[in-house]
Design a protein around this ligand. Structure first.
Ligand code: ASP
Length: 389
């Protein structure tokens, strides 16, 4: 457990959580109106009245609440949390790499003052943001928990209060990584996908068990949090920027009947492509030939990711041979969100083409199953001669 007087910073960025319909559809309500509501929506008896923190320039509110120990025993020590509201509150579908950077820099700015962080944002692109932050925050030694709501907190049926409360509890546990907490479950932030745009059980992590379950007991799965080979956390927190917006990283979804022209048009300006292939990594060889024809003597990095929610790219079919010859990197059971954000991170961090491939092939923040990535490493060493030029 973190210190007995856990202190969390809640960073509020917008999303349905604090939206109202003004007649033209849901949009975030004005600044401060939502952080004023935090005291109402965390329904615990010992909550203190919010008080403004005068020593900081940004408007923050401070509340106190109880937390439950993960053993199931009630820990009477309070969780204290401050709320930091972004100046521009937005629907997460408008978010891009700059917004992820602002979130990361806010965490970095207040890193020493808090034991954990909760980021409240829209659900639409939350899995992209939680994946991105998992890579951007280097040497992370505290929990960063993303959450939001499917129903606005201005509605009596809102899931926002429970999601916020659960996230606050998770932010006090000893899990030095980025998580996404929703509907009483906490997932690894780079292993999760939004699979329901209406229901309250909005997220799925098909290839990895939950890190924390918040039911009558708060259960931390120590097998998952302690045995995964996460990068060793040493040194001070650093924010690694992503390849900028309008960048040369893109997705190519393979679908039945896709033409070579469609493939060429999509990839022509890209430096790196996440290929969303069929099943365990399969694709028609003539599509791959279109990629080779479009190379124009430049090195383009291809990542092979399955369209399936569950399972990994294994390249066990002949229909994946052409991709192997192209030198595409198999990314095991990674999600699309994690593959895209990791690729943007790797391109910004490393210049050498072969090193970039190696980084994509290796699990860095527990974003893909080690077993698979180790096998891929071995295969790749055996297939060195086949790489593209
Ligand atoms: N469109 C909203 C958003 O992502 C959806 C939500 O928050 O649930 O900001």
């Amino acid at each position: 457990m973190a210190s007995s007087k856990a202190k969390t910073l809640v960073i509020y960025t917008g999303g349905t959580f604090g939206m109202k319909d003004d007649g033209a559809g849901l949009k975030p309500v004005d600044r401060f109106k939502v952080s004023d509501e935090f005291s109402r929506i965390v329904p615990l008896s010992d909550m203190k009245k919010p008080e403004e923190i005068k020593s900081r320039k940004e408007i923050m509110r401070r509340f106190t609440t109880r937390k439950q120990d993960w053993n199931g025993t009630v820990d009477e020590s309070p969780i204290t949390y401050d709320v930091y509201e972004f100046k521009r509150l937005i629907d997460s579908s408008l978010m891009n790499q700059d917004d992820w950077k602002s979130i990361a820099e806010t965490i970095q700015k207040y890193y020493e003052d808090y034991d954990g962080f909760v980021v409240v944002m829209g659900t639409d692109t939350m899995a992209y943001a939680s994946s991105a932050l998992s890579f951007m925050l280097e040497n992370l030694s505290k929990p960063v928990v993303f959450t939001g709501a499917q129903i606005t907190i201005f509605d009596a049926m809102s899931d926002g209060p429970e999601n916020l409360l659960c996230s606050l509890i998770v932010s006090t546990l000893d899990i030095p990584e980025v998580l996404l907490c929703f509907n009483k479950k906490a997932f690894r932030g780079n292993r999760v996908v939004k699979t329901d745009c209406v229901g309250l059980d909005a997220y799925t992590s098909s290839n990895m068990p939950l890190l924390v379950t918040l039911d009558t007991r708060v259960t931390l799965d120590t097998r998952v949090t302690q045995t995964e080979s996460l990068e060793k956390q040493i040194g001070t927190l650093q924010v690694q920027e992503m390849y900028p917006e309008g960048n040369e990283v893109g997705l190519l979804v393979i679908y039945p009947g896709i033409t070579t022209e469609q493939v060429k048009n999509t990839i022509k300006d890209l430096q790196a492509v996440v290929l969303l292939t069929f099943g365990s990594g399969n694709i028609d060889g003539k599509i791959v030939q279109a990629m080779v024809d479009e190379q124009n003597n430049r090195k383009r990095l291809y990542i092979n990711v399955t369209q399936c929610l569950k399972g990994s790219v294994t390249s066990s079919y002949q229909a994946s041979n052409a991709l192997k010859e192209l030198g595409a990197v198999n990314c095991s059971d990674i999600t699309t969100e994690a593959a895209f954000t990791k690729l943007s991170y790797v391109l910004a961090k490393e210049q050498d083409f072969e090193e970039r491939k190696k980084m994509m092939r290796t699990s860095r923040r527990g974003e893909m199953s080690d077993e698979d990535s180790e096998r891929e490493n071995r295969n790749s060493e055996n297939n060195q001669g086949l790489s593209q030029n």
